[in-house]
Design a protein around this ligand. Structure first.
Ligand code: ADP
Length: 855
């Protein structure tokens, strides 16, 4: 047995072995030493190896899932080693020595399928990257995608999915783009990422001779997707999960949002006080996952966005229908995840019931939709058509399964009475025993004259007669001849146990009937499983249709309850919001009994760049973030909190609001700010939206002002993107007249009965800079200090006026300086990043235009 353990360990040196022994999974040696404290269970020893006791700990097999969950959450990988033959079979075959065992599954954070290990409302991605392409798979639903992505695009694509596990070739681990993901990285030999091998793996997985039908894939894409699938198959001991067709995401199909922007907008968080928490009105886990995925990767395709908005609009116009659909969806089980477990051979009877109940909910929703009076938009129509995928199978599952079948595979009692005559007969025989035993007990009491005689059952003896010791001694010496084969078997404390021929026969009959019932049930379940697998594509489509309906209905519910509007999505550079609100801050303000002040912004051509000033706590960062969030919601295909929103599609979103120290990586606030600003200036395009707060705050005033100035100019002249720029450098407002696209805005405050009141309303022009003195006065600062400060302020303002002529000269100077010193490096950098294999002709053309503009 130890040899088996060592062999399995050699194959999986980085995993803890859950080594099956009877009713337990045992951990040995260093696994036990690591596992026992992590699981909070006792560490013991067993036997010896090399003259030393072997450390050991164990968990019961029937409740091992909870322990597994704890280990996976703590970052362990676990290899499950099962007995591959049951003891009876081994005996029959005359096998000696330990039972044969094998690793049946490697459990890792990216390959779990258990409900206890998954978050219902979030996809669980495992990803693989070559550095120039990214592939991602959620084995709990079968969603599988790939796209070309290198450098910043790769960083954004990773941030959008937050994979639980990321597979990397060893020669790419040092790539800075993976720095944030090293803790989740699984390093594989570079040879596992080969395009040709990848192609073969994919063709085999889909059972096709060529991948042409799925789309043209570049070599890095094939390498990444192939390595991913290969790894997943290895963790499942050779089995493949159910896979949706591999979807190729075009490079520019989704809004690129990097990790810093996600943090700044708190997109990566879940909970009540987050964007997801504020907008999620879905009633199913699959709907919540779809919503989260849309917000994580908003679309840049006008038609896609319009289709989603149309679907929501339909439910807004049909409120009765919508509520009826939601009522059918509510509490419907998670079909996709049940299906994934079934496909991996890990399905329990409960998963079949989930399919049954999910299909019933889908059929009910279809019935409701049939009553629609308005024409259905395409997304609704196609969802409706997919809702009743396999009526015969659904009907069979209804008849076959009991209402709530057991959660664990192998537990009896899943099949309903009346479904299968042979099963019913075997069960009757088995269950009949109770009546037979009662009759035999009465008979034995009469025959022995012992009134408190009992017939009992243990696994070891089977059925036996038990009597008090005194009566037992008498019976042993003079067995009653009316009970043939009456034999003494055991003496316990105070009692004695006997068997008879009739009891032995009953035992045999019951065991046989039980085994027959079990085998029959297993065969029926296997049949049902096969039937489900035969329809899995259609069932998965129904699950997706339910999620689409859920998200569309939820969008309508939110729009109706909160008076959100349908955004107007355009291919222009417009960005005009009237009376916009920040959903998360609004909810918080409302909870405190306050009222949120709606604000508009217009970054359309002619005023692309807004410079926002105002004192702390006036609402600047809320105003800035609000614009970014509206863009995300709109392009996710949701309605938005605004009276009107006209949005030209944003290709990339950058938000740097509220910089924080990245001390873990030894960078100061200022360094982080500069790194992040640099990445914006290097990546933003004319279609991007940039939100910058307090650039240059982390350094000396003049440095900071100079940097903020130069960044503002670069946004205005070079990137020509839409941008909101908040600053406490009033000097920058001097640039106002000089930069034609620049608009000045401020957040209003007023003094009222000796207190400063924040109005949170945005108005044109620069903020009043003497406001700080008012606050100081209110705070009780000595009068002479205030007076002195006022004098200094006037002097400083003189100086700032002196900056105005400087502003006249600076832009020219800035442009030449940029052209001479920076452009060649930038060209070089871009050229170095190009992966010709991953470029579409369209991308190549864009690239040429970009390079040319940099010259
Ligand atoms: P700043 O960035 O100017 O320091 P914040 O944007 O952090 O200010 O806002 C400070 C607080 O003001 C917020 O936490 C919120 O409670 C309140 N607030 C901001 N904007 C609004 C608004 N439009 N309506 C109502 N309250 C607001």
């Amino acid at each position: 047995m130890l040899a088996q353990w060592f062999a399995a360990k050699a194959d999986h040196p980085d995993a803890l072995l859950f080594f099956r022994m009877g009713d337990f999974y045992e951990l040995f040696f260093e696994d036990a030493e690591k596992g026992a404290p992590a699981l909070d269970i006792a560490l013991t020893t067993r036997g010896e190896h090399d003259g030393r006791p072997i450390p050991m700990c164990g968990v019961p097999a029937h409740s091992h899932e909870a322990y597994l969950a704890r280990l996976i959450r703590r970052g362990f990988r676990v290899a499950i080693v099962e007995q591959t033959m049951d003891p009876a079979e081994a005996k029959k075959r005359g096998l000696r020595g330990p039972l044969p065992r094998a690793v049946v599954r490697l459990v890792t954070p990216g390959t779990v399928t258990e409900e206890t290990l998954l978050e219902g409302a979030r996809p669980n991605w495992i990803a693989a990257s070559t550095g120039t392409a990214l592939a991602w798979l959620d084995i709990s639903t079968g969603a599988f995608g790939v796209r070309p992505a290198g450098g910043a695009a790769l960083a954004a694509a990773l941030a959008a999915r937050e994979p639980a596990e990321l597979l990397l070739p060893e020669d790419r681990l040092a790539d800075p783009v993976f720095a944030e993901w090293r803790a989740r990285a699984v390093v594989l030999p570079a040879a596992r990422f080969r395009p040709e091998a990848g192609r073969r793996v994919l063709e085999a997985a889909y059972g096709v001779a060529t991948l042409d039908a799925f789309g043209p894939f570049s070599e890095p894409e094939l390498a990444a997707a192939g390595a991913l699938l290969d790894y997943v198959r290895a963790t499942q001991a050779g089995r493949l999960p159910r896979l949706e067709p591999l979807a190729r995401e075009a490079e520019a199909a989704t809004m690129a949002i990097d990790a810093a922007t996600r943090r700044s907008l708190e997109l990566d968080r879940t909970g009540p006080d987050t964007l997801l928490g504020a907008v999620d009105r879905t009633v199913t886990a699959a709907g919540a996952r779809m919503l989260a995925a849309r917000i994580a990767a908003p679309s840049t395709i006008a038609a896609t966005i319009a289709a989603r908005l149309d679907a929501a609009g339909f439910f807004l116009a049909e409120p009765g229908l919508r509520d009826a659909v939601r009522a059918r969806l509510k509490g419907a089980p998670d079909i996709a995840r049940a299906l994934a477990r079934i496909a991996l051979g890990r399905g329990a009877p409960r998963d079949l019931a989930a399919i049954r109940d999910g299909l019933a909910a889908a059929r009910a929703a279809q019935g409701v939709l049939a009553a629609a009076t308005l024409p259905r938009p395409p997304l609704i129509a196609s969802a409706e058509a997919a809702l009743d995928p396999a009526p015969a199978l659904a009907e069979r599952l209804e008849r076959a399964l009991v209402d709530r079948p057991p959660a664990r595979a192998g537990d009896p009692g899943a099949i309903a009475a009346g479904f299968d005559a042979a099963l019913d007969a075997a069960r009757a025989l088995r269950d009949d025993s109770r009546r037979v035993v009662a009759a035999m007990e009465a008979e034995a009491r009469t025959a022995t004259g012992v009134p408190n005689l009992k017939i009992r059952h243990t696994a070891q003896l089977g059925y036996f007669i038990e009597v008090p010791e005194a009566a037992g001694l008498r019976l042993r010496d003079a067995p009653p001849d009316t009970l043939p084969g009456f034999t003494h078997r055991q003496t316990m404390a105070g009692t004695m146990r006997f068997v008879t021929d009739a009891l032995a026969a009953l035992d045999r009959r019951i065991v046989e009937a039980g085994a027959e019932a079990e085998a029959r049930e297993a065969a029926i379940l296997a049949d049902l499983t096969d039937a489900v697998r035969a329809e899995e594509g259609a069932i998965a489509a129904a699950a997706e249709a339910l999620a689409i309906l859920d998200v569309a209905a939820a969008t309508a519910v939110l729009a109706e309850a909160e008076a959100w509007t349908r955004p107007e999505i355009e291919e222009s550079a417009a960005f005009a919001i009237e009376d916009g609100r920040h959903p998360v801050v609004e909810a918080a303000v409302r909870r405190e009994g306050g009222a949120y002040v709606a604000n508009g912004v217009d970054l359309s051509p002619g005023g692309r760049l807004w410079l926002v000033t105002g004192p702390n706590m006036a609402g600047k960062s809320t105003f800035l973030r609000q614009a970014a969030i509206l863009a995300i919601l709109a392009q996710a295909g949701l309605f938005v909190p605004a009276r009107r929103a006209r949005i030209g599609i944003v290709d990339r979103l950058f938000s740097r609001v509220g910089a924080s120290d990245d001390l873990a990586r030894g960078r100061s606030t200022f360094m982080v700010e500069m790194v992040e600003t640099a990445s914006i200036l290097n990546q933003a395009t004319a279609r991007s939206l940039v939100i910058l707060d307090e650039i240059g705050r982390g350094t000396a005033t003049w440095d900071g002002l100079a940097l903020a100035w130069a960044v503002l100019e670069a946004l205005h002249d070079r990137l020509r993107c839409r941008a909101l720029f908040a600053t406490h450098f009033h000097e920058l407002t001097a640039l106002g007249p000089r930069l034609p696209e620049l608009r000045l805005a401020h957040l209003r405050v007023k003094e009222w009965k000796g207190e400063v009141v924040f109005l949170h309303a945005v108005a044109e022009g620069a903020a009043d800079r003497s406001y700080g003195l008012h606050v100081a006065k209110l705070a009780g600062m000595p009068r002479e200090v205030i007076a002195r400060a006022a004098t200094v302020l006037t002097a400083l303002e003189e100086r700032a006026r002196g900056l105005a002529p400087l502003a006249e000269e600076m832009p020219l100077f800035a442009r030449t300086a940029v052209a001479r010193a920076e452009a060649p490096d930038e060209l070089r950098r871009i050229l170095a990043e190009i992966d010709p294999d991953a470029l579409s002709p369209r991308d190549a053309l864009d690239l040429v235009a970009r390079l040319k503009s940099l010259l």
